[in-house]
Design a protein around this ligand. Structure first.
Ligand SMILES: [Fe+2]
Length: 432
């Protein structure tokens, strides 16, 4: 049985910061993670050092990109709890002329008495600030494990009185970091909602308030609730902006295993694997007993018996590498750059290495992963040396590693498309 108990930890003296150090994370993973809610005051974290002015600039940057592409993907806008149509969302995004979050709010408030702007993964689309997020998640993952699904960081902004979809539960644990205004979250234990199913999607819950816990946080604070907690955000109609990090916990290990094996089995079963009907001798005996396997299944058993430990190891290692190459996020910042033999390139971020491994079953083959994609190269090829030099933080001239290998260049372009690389500009050109 799981008890949701609010633990408002405020151990520091006024003015002192709460450090998210090893001791904190050890205690968090042992006593809080997926067990209890938490409010932490005055937290020291790079994430909380992003000012509201910087958040506004990030929003405008992303909104400008959406306007240019005529595509609001990444933004959602709710008016009185109703989701706005995509074409309307482009009309209500933050603009440079708003000057600040409050400027944007003033413009929106005049149009809508109750609005909510959600920007999914705002930090994930920004290269410069992304490390502040990964510094936090890297520590979290080190202590509670790497998520089999992913994490998502969204910004929630507006004067909405209630979460637009009412009281609900997600399959993720949620960390919240208010940027502006006071944020209130009301939580219920899963056992209580089971006994009171009318709370599901409810906006009116006066009689259930006594059974709830109220988390209140201001800029500088952090809240957390486990994936089992039913919740709703509340406000008196004043403005607030909050980062929300959802860590999804709905993908069990067995799914990781079956997903990894799918590719291997498809490859092993060859043409027989594509057959859409199965030949058989007899479906069942007169008494209804089914005891005879069709030939296709017997052949599959033989095939499975022939699988070597190396093949299994390689399959799992490859999919594990591909999985962790997204750094535990749904989206990896992409910065499409065109690579040619003449390009001088470097890693986009020294914290986001191109991962690699030797093939265990094909001699001389090396696999490379970045941002959830995997490509193959040769151990003797230029790409292998290039990747290791890039991972050391060196700027590299592509032509010094390969000029004629089309497959290496193609593989490098795939890694670049996934966001691994940036073009090194000649510093001489930038001198004033
Ligand atoms: Fe939620």
């Amino acid at each position: 049985m799981l008890y949701l108990t609010l633990t408002a930890i405020s151990t520091t003296l006024p003015g002192m910061k709460t450090m998210l150090d090893k001791k904190f994370w050890r205690n968090f993973s042992r006593n809080i993670w997926e067990k209890k809610a938490l409010v932490l005051r005055n937290v020291k974290s790079g994430l909380l050092e992003i000012t509201d002015a910087e958040v506004f600039d990030l929003l405008v940057l992303y909104a400008d990109r959406c306007r240019k592409l005529n595509d609001p993907t990444g933004f959602k806008f709710f008016i009185d709890g109703f989701k706005a149509e995509e074409e309307d969302v482009l009309q209500v995004l933050p603009e440079k002329q708003d000057k600040s979050l409050l400027g944007y709010h003033a413009r929106m408030k005049a149009l809508f008495p109750d609005y909510c702007l959600v920007c999914d993964e705002l930090l994930q689309v920004n290269h410069k600030k992304q490390h502040l997020l990964t510094e936090f998640t890297d520590e979290l993952y080190r202590h509670v494990g790497f998520p089999n699904r992913f994490s998502e960081m969204g910004l929630y902004l507006g004067n909405y009185r209630k979460t637009p979809f009412g009281v609900h539960v997600d399959s993720c644990g949620v960390f919240s970091f208010p940027v502006a205004g006071v944020k209130r979250f009301r939580l219920w234990e899963p056992q209580y909602v089971k006994k009171n199913p009318s709370l599901d999607r409810a906006f009116k819950y006066e009689k259930h308030k006594k059974a709830s816990e109220l988390l209140e946080a201001r800029p500088g604070d952090m809240t957390y609730w486990p994936s089992s907690a039913w919740h709703i955000a509340e406000s008196d109609g004043s403005f607030s902006a909050t980062w929300s990090l959802g860590v999804w916990v709905d993908q069990p290990h067995k799914e990781m295993i079956s997903d990894s094996l799918k590719g291997l089995l498809a490859q092993k079963s060859g043409a027989a694997g594509n057959k859409v009907a199965t030949q058989f001798k007899k479906l069942h005996s007169d008494s209804g007993e089914v005891s005879e396997l069709p030939k296709a299944y017997l052949q599959t058993i033989e095939l499975l018996q022939r699988l070597s430990v190396e093949e299994l190891q390689e399959t799992f290692l490859k999919s594990w590498m591909q999985h962790i190459s997204s750094q535990g996020f749904k989206t990896v910042p992409s910065a499409p750059v065109e690579i040619s033999a003449k390009s001088k390139i470097r890693l986009r971020s020294k914290n986001s290495l191109i991962l690699w491994q030797h093939s265990l079953t094909s001699k001389g083959v090396v696999y490379f992963s970045f941002g959830g994609v995997t490509v193959a190269g040769k151990k003797s090829g230029g790409l292998f040396k290039l990747v290791r030099d890039l991972n050391h933080g060196n700027p590299c001239m592509v032509s010094q590693y390969f000029t004629r290998s089309r497959s290496d260049l193609r593989a490098l372009q795939t890694l670049a498309d996934a966001g691994a690389l940036s073009i090194e500009k000649d510093k001489g050109l930038n001198r004033q």
